[in-house]
Ligand binder design. Structure first.
Ligand SMILES: *Cc1c(COP(=O)(O)O)cnc(C)c1O
Length: 222
């Protein structure tokens, strides 16, 4: 299926309030352009250098989301334009985003990455660590970051019940954090969950941002 028809098909599947992030990492700007021409405006990348190159040659009204693991020393490069950083996995990274956002006079939206999968190699806060960080409260004094919600990756498994449990755990954490730490604000609204292989399950468990790459653009060539 073409990029345009997959984009259209996915967009019709998005429930009210849920957005599609087209994950374009490792794919050329020409393919992003095809998706853009089909009406897609949000793109996700996970390598700073690659993102920098694409930003320079693609339309200005694209919303660039950084979805991968972000090293603190690279935050400064994307701070001027990034719309949402999905995978904040340490207080140190949050501080650096606040600092770099201040330098360019922006407020940068971020999500906290929760580790809910079985794999040990994935980044992210455990729900306990994340709760501790929220209770500790330093984030409240950061004027240049806005925590919009959470992000997670489920285990890479065919066991759909397992994947569903993991999304459910993340979504329950999101609701609890919203009610206990963000009750006074209206912007803590996002649950970034679901990729090509598991997005239908994520949509059933409260996802508001699905990150879909290979289903749109085909397999990545690394
Ligand atoms: C690459 C990537 C995706 C997209 O994965 P697909 O299986 O190609 O849909 C989603 N989220 C993150 C964090 C990624 O790194």
């Amino acid at each position: 299926m073409s990029i345009a028809s997959t984009i259209h098909q996915l967009q019709t599947q998005m429930p009210q309030g849920t957005r599609l992030v087209a994950v374009s990492k490792y794919h050329p700007a020409s393919m992003i352009r095809e998706a853009y021409d089909a009406g897609q405006r949000i793109f996700g990348e996970s390598h700073v250098q690659e993102l920098q190159q694409k930003v320079g040659v693609l339309p200005q009204d694209i919303e660039w989301h950084f979805i991968g693991h972000l090293q603190t020393n690279k935050v400064k490069y994307i701070a001027p334009y990034v719309s949402l950083i999905h995978a904040v996995d340490s207080l140190r990274l949050l501080r650096e985003i606040d600092k770099q956002a201040a330098r360019v006079q922006r407020v940068i939206d971020v999500l906290l990455q929760l580790h809910v999968a079985q794999e040990e190699t994935k980044f992210g806060f455990s729900p306990e660590e994340c709760e501790e960080m929220l209770q500790q409260g330093e984030w409240k004094s950061m004027e240049h970051v806005r925590i919009r919600g959470i992000m997670c990756m489920a285990s890479l498994t065919d066991d759909e019940a397992q994947v569903a449990r993991e999304f459910e755990t993340a979504h329950r954490f999101f609701l609890q954090a919203r009610d206990s730490h963000f009750a006074q604000v209206d912007y803590f609204t996002e649950c970034s969950m679901g990729m090509s292989d598991d997005y239908p399950i994520a949509l059933q468990h409260g996802s508001t941002l699905v990150r879909i790459g290979s289903m749109i653009f085909g397999p990545r060539v690394y």
